[in-house]
Design a protein around this ligand. Structure first.
Ligand code: ACO
Length: 322
């Protein structure tokens, strides 16, 4: 059995923050941000929008795309770093708000790699027959973790949500099958100090703010992402030129280009939304997937390679045929 993506949905909060808007609160400029990151704008959730609200909108679209209703959903896995509450899991709040029946629901926390991790976990349930209709969500309100006086981080992140519906379908066991074909996951906890939040339940008792040594994260990103892509491609027995679309975590346009150069990827095959969405952490891959489908580039049957790196450090890649 394969875990096949049968629906995709995305949601961005209405409020757009431009680089010029940020230049009014920290010493930065539109030129600096575009040149160093490729980011032109980001979306920001309103004060009364919780991450579950963004996720619910993305899920409704994904379910409609799959021809399913909330009543069909028996598994919800939500990748998020910015859950509504310390507990319960945001996935259970989404379950309640959507009106899904009693089933399985939990969160996965791997920061920007969260969606890649969540897809791998979901594959274990769906392909083994433990779920017939799974929602896998990446959703974040990263704006809540920003130190709005730190120009090195506050210009980089945005809010948003994306979701896919995964359903089991029989495959032949070859790379021609639709569905998740392979994944590679990695984590290196010794690199925590490069990217972390300086608060937490069992330490400070506060939410904390995001701290990052950006240039050091950057150095690890290209090498780590290229490693994960190579591992996942080998496991699925696919070569880089066979891949139709690369759907990377959208951290920085320069990282996307660095990975493409290192692996010899054709740049026109890389879906980039970093200019419009900035870094939406776990939401960025499903947002980019939805974007590539909506504009007609990504089609059913295409071979996709999803990849990400984030706090932890964590990183990983998933090969899947749509
Ligand atoms: N505007 C103007 N100047 C700035 C800004 C800004 N917004 N931010 C930093 N600078 C300054 C710095 O203060 C520094 O000035 P100095 O030389 O006077 O000290 C100078 O620019 C260079 O700083 P660097 O950090 O070396 O700049 P760099 O070219 O590395 O770009 C950036 C910084 C954009 C953060 C880059 O390093 C990056 O994108 N890193 C990767 C981040 C990432 O990918 N994170 C992914 C994971 S996120 C997650 O998991 C939650």
């Amino acid at each position: 059995m394969r875990s096949v993506v049968t629906g995709v949905g995305a949601f961005l909060p209405e409020h757009v923050v431009t680089n010029d808007d940020l230049a009014k609160i920290v010493e930065t400029s539109d030129e600096w941000i575009i040149e160093r990151t490729g980011i032109r704008q980001r979306h920001k959730a309103s004060d009364d929008q919780a991450v579950s609200d963004l996720a619910v909108e993305a899920c409704r679209k994904a379910l409609a795309d799959a021809g399913k209703t909330p009543a069909d959903v028996d598994l919800i896995i939500m990748a998020t770093t910015t859950a509504d509450l310390t507990f319960p899991a945001a996935a259970t709040i989404v379950q309640r708000k959507l009106g899904c029946p009693v089933g399985i629901a939990f969160d996965v926390q791997a920061v920007c790699s969260g969606f890649v991790y969540a897809m791998s976990v979901a594959d274990g349930f769906v392909a083994r027959g433990h779920a017939k209709c799974a929602l896998v969500i990446g959703a974040e309100t990263m704006s809540r973790l920003m130190d709005w006086t730190d120009r090195g981080t506050c210009v980089l992140f945005g809010d948003g949500a994306g979701a896919v519906v995964l359903e089991p379908q029989a495959g032949e066991g070859t790379k021609a099958d639709r569905g998740v074909l392979s994944f590679a996951l990695r984590a290196d906890g010794t690199k925590q100090d490069l990217l972390y939040v300086d608060g937490g339940v069992s330490t400070t008792g506060t939410v904390g703010k995001l701290r990052m040594l950006g240039n050091q994260v950057f150095r690890h990103a290209v090498v780590n992402i290229a490693e994960a892509i190579t591992m996942a491609a080998e496991k699925a027995d696919v070569t880089i030129p066979e891949v139709d679309w690369f759907i990377p975590h959208q951290a920085n346009q320069r990282i996307l280009e660095g990975v493409a150069r290192r692996l010899g990827l054709e740049e026109h095959k890389v879906i980039s939304t970093v200019a419009e969405h900035a870094n939406t952490s776990a939401a960025s891959i499903p947002l980019a997937l939805a974007h590539g489908i909506a504009d007609g580039r990504i089609k059913k049957g295409d071979l996709l390679l999803l990849e990400a790196m984030g706090g932890g450090l964590t990183w990983g890649a998933v090969v899947l045929r749509l």
